[in-house]
Ligand binder design. Structure first.
Ligand SMILES: [Cu+2]
Length: 174
C-alpha cells in the first residue's frame, strides 16, 4: 500500500510538472534535476551529470546507438570472471527510481528477471534501453545519503561496453 501511494504522489507531481509550464522559463537543469543522457557506442553524453539534494531527479535515457545499452549507478565496479560486472555499492539502496517508457511504468522486476534469464549476472538497479527504443525516464528524490561522486556505467556484452569507456560521473551536491 505504501508503495502505491508513493507512485501516486510521483505521478501527480509529474502531471503537475507537465502542466505547470507554459510560462516564460528557460530550462534550468540545475533547479529542476531534469537531465537527458544519450547512450551510444560506447559512451554517455554528457558523461558527467550533477544533482542536488532535495531535487526530484528526472533522468531521460535515449539510446542513439546501434546496440542495447544500460545504465547502473554505483561505486567500485566489481570484476567477476575477469570482466567488469556491476557495482559493489549501488546508489539506490532501498529506494529505487520509478522508470517510465512511452508514458507507461516499466516493471523493473520483469526487466531484472529477463536479465537473469540471459545470465548476464550483474545485480542491482539497472535500466536497459534497447536500440531504437523510446526513451526511458528515471524519477527519484535526491537524498542526503546520495551526496558524493558516483559512477554510471554500462556492463553489456560481458563488460565490453564498460571496458570501451561506457561510463560517466554522477555528482550529488548538498
Ligand atoms: Cu552499452
Amino acid at each position: 500500500m505504501k508503495q502505491i501511494s508513493i507512485i501516486v504522489v510521483v505521478l501527480a507531481s509529474l502531471f503537475l510538472a507537465a502542466c505547470g509550464g507554459g510560462g516564460s522559463g528557460a530550462a534550468q537543469p540545475e533547479a529542476s534535476g531534469k537531465i537527458t543522457v544519450e547512450m551510444s557506442e560506447y559512451k554517455y553524453t554528457p558523461d558527467t551529470i550533477e544533482l542536488k539534494v532535495g531535487q526530484k531527479a528526472e533522468i531521460t535515457l535515449v539510446n542513439k546507438g546501434e546496440k542495447e545499452h544500460e545504465v547502473m549507478f554505483g561505486r567500485d565496479a566489481m570484476i567477476m570472471d575477469g570482466v567488469p560486472n556491476g557495482y559493489q555499492h549501488g546508489l539506490f539502496e532501498g529506494a529505487e527510481p520509478m522508470v517510465m517508457m512511452g508514458g507507461e511504468m516499466v516493471d523493473m522486476e520483469e526487466m531484472m528477471a529477463h536479465e537473469e534469464e540471459e545470465e548476464m549476472g550483474h545485480s542491482g538497479f539497472m535500466v536497459i534501453v534497447p536500440q531504437g527504443s523510446e526513451p526511458f525516464t528515471l524519477t527519484f528524490d535526491v537524498t542526503e545519503d546520495m551526496v558524493g561522486e558516483w559512477e554510471m556505467g554500462c556492463f553489456e556484452d560481458d563488460g565490453q561496453h564498460y571496458d570501451e569507456g561506457m561510463k560517466g560521473k554522477l555528482v550529488v551536491k548538498e
